[in-house]
Design a binder for this molecule. Sequence first.
Ligand SMILES: [Zn+2]
Length: 64
Amino acid sequence: MNREKACRTCRFIVEEGDKCPNCEGETFTTFWRGYVVITDPDNSEIAQKMEITRKGKFALRLSR
Ligand SMILES: [Zn+2]
């Protein structure tokens, strides 16, 4: 069960609040699977592949 929600635009995982701190999007889904934690976006291959430029938790897949 996921209580956290993922931004539909950039997949950033938000624990509270109604606005994505990453892209300022306001559309979320609680239906997501798996996540990656990006701690060093400049040196992370995954971050570059996913076009992530910010530290944080990102959902790998959104179900809806
Ligand atoms: Zn976002």
